[in-house]
Design a protein around this ligand. Structure first.
Ligand code: ADP
Ligand code: MG
Length: 480
């Protein structure tokens, strides 16, 4: 039988790319746009991407001047200067933005034209902007990491910071501790400060872990327990061998937020603290661990925890006052602190001068509002108001200074809102319990501790948490 053709007879060669117009097809698949012009700026070639960008088609473009399709074409500069242009950004009106490189074409040492290769960077720019704004918000919500930048370090937090240092820095060795405070008062911040301090004084290794878990975030305590203590394969249906956070925190700090939510697993925690060993759920072998525990809660852990566990952890009980319990001046310092933080973050991120000020009314409204979620909420209100008053990233291109004034209309609440109190009301609320203060002082003079005073206060018609009483008494002491 006669073969008509044999696939093996044909071998693709470089010349075939021209002959079969393959080069053009290949260039159409490339993600960059390509234009080639002669020395008069007339297009001699455009790939499909370039034609698509120009909302045209290739046959209409070739033979015409490039400026008809790309008014600011980089090749025009190359035609003029005969030098290559690299990675030049071009902003067109509308949504189009390109990054372009353009090169001169020489044939036999004669200048014959230029070509450019360019990419639409609109999506990359948008992504970049989004990353920048995420970065900004991450910076703004990052907790303070050194004691000197903590507002109140010479005021409402002075005592608590001294005691916090003592938890890890005392000569007898580091101790476990408890941090109590309403949501947003700075518990996580304080735990981080203790960790940093422990590293600074050499109690912990520089690379010691700080492991944080919110025990209240799980739908049930079984899941929290597996996270914390780990599990053995087959301990429960489908379970795998898993290292728990306790093991991961070895040599460092385990920060158990909302620790009371551990419920029945508190006994495991107690055992771990007493013996320095933990056992993964479903495992019969103990593992030695060396971990400092900081347990935090918005609740009174004495009532929520097993008494023995509480006793072990509460060698230091640190109470952080709510925003309401702090002075108006401290609130103003917090305000200035968060505004400065925002300004610095914007300046660092965008390399511009950020000239930001608050209209007096807006500032007063923020300072006199009531914040049930404390410092975090104050911070969020300030950040929100600045966000609402500043231009978009895309509008600050090319500027080296931006001027912004935050007005009442930028605030996330109506200044006349129920949640807003005046400065006078703020102070009244702090001093609300004048009679209570007198009774507390009386009991204190009788030698009663905060817990007993709290019980006695119930008979007087006051339901006051013992730690508030402890805080009040400490504050009183520091005044003399
Ligand atoms: N005294 C303070 N000075 C400066 N910033 C603070 C202070 N207290 C809290 N913050 C900030 O307030 C926010 C909330 O604090 P956080 O520690 O998360 O509260 P909690 O853990 O009690 O809910 C964080 O951004 C923190 O850095
Ligand atoms: Mg927290």
């Amino acid at each position: 039988m006669k073969k008509c053709c044999n696939a093996g007879d044909f071998i693709l060669k470089y010349e075939d790319l021209y002959k079969h117009k393959l080069l053009e097809k290949i260039l159409d698949y490339c993600k960059d746009g390509i234009n080639v012009v002669n020395s008069d700026g007339i297009l001699v070639y455009s790939n499909k991407i370039s034609a698509d960008y120009a909302n045209s088609n290739r046959s209409d473009m070739i033979g015409k001047h490039i400026a008809a399709f790309y008014p600011q074409a980089a090749v025009l500069k190359v035609l003029k200067n005969k030098n290559a242009l690299l990675d030049k950004k071009i902003h067109y009106v509308g949504k189009k933005k390109y990054v372009i490189s353009s090169y001169p074409i020489y044939i036999d040492n004669e200048f014959q034209g230029a070509f450019s290769v360019f990419q639409d960077i609109q999506e990359i720019e948008e992504l970049n902007n989004r990353i920048k704004s995420l970065e900004l918000h991450l910076t703004l919500s990052r907790p303070e990491d050194n004691i000197s930048s903590v507002i109140g370090n010479t005021g409402s937090l002075q005592n608590v910071l001294v005691r916090a240092k003592r938890t890890v820095g005392s000569l007898a060795g580091p101790r476990h501790s408890i941090i109590i405070g309403e949501s947003g008062t700075g518990k996580t911040m304080l735990a981080n400060l203790i960790y940093k301090y422990a590293i600074d004084v050499g109690v912990l290794d520089k690379k010691a872990p700080f492991i944080e878990i919110n025990c209240g975030q799980f739908t049930n305590p079984d899941i929290a327990a597996v996270e914390i203590f780990g599990s053995e394969e087959g301990a429960y249906t489908g379970s795998k061998q898993k290292k728990g956070l306790f093991e991961q925190a070895n040599g460092g700090i385990l920060f158990l937020d909302e620790a009371h939510a551990l419920e029945k697993y508190q006994t495991l925690l107690l055992k771990a603290i007493e013996s320095g060993r933990i056992r993964r759920i479903g495992c019969s072998r103990d593992i030695a661990v060396d971990v400092i525990i900081i347990a935090a809660s918005t609740k009174n852990l004495k009532e929520e925890m097993l008494p023995e566990l509480y006793q072990r952890l509460a060698q230091y009980e640190l109470y952080i006052p709510s925003l309401m319990e702090r002075s108006f001046e401290e609130k103003r310092s917090l305000f200035n602190h968060f505004v400065d933080k925002y300004i610095r973050a914007v300046e660092n991120l965008h390399g511009i001068n950020f000239n930001l000020s608050f209209n007096k009314d807006a500032e007063e409204a923020i300072l006199s509002a009531n914040y049930p979620r404390n410092i975090r909420q104050l911070r969020d209100v300030i950040n929100y108001s600045i966000d609402a008053s500043t231009p978009l990233i895309s509008d600050i291109k090319g500027k080296d200074t931006i001027y912004v004034i935050v007005d009442k209309e930028h605030l996330p609440f109506e200044p006349d809102d129920q949640s807003v109190t005046t400065k006078a009301k703020h102070e009244k609320k702090i001093n609300l319990d004048k009679r209570a203060e007198i009774i507390i002082k009386d009991y204190h003079n009788l030698g009663y501790g905060p817990r007993r005073i709290a019980q006695k206060m119930l008979n007087e018609g006051y339901e006051i948490e013992y730690y508030r009483i402890a805080y009040y008494l400490r504050k009183l002491k520091s005044q003399f």
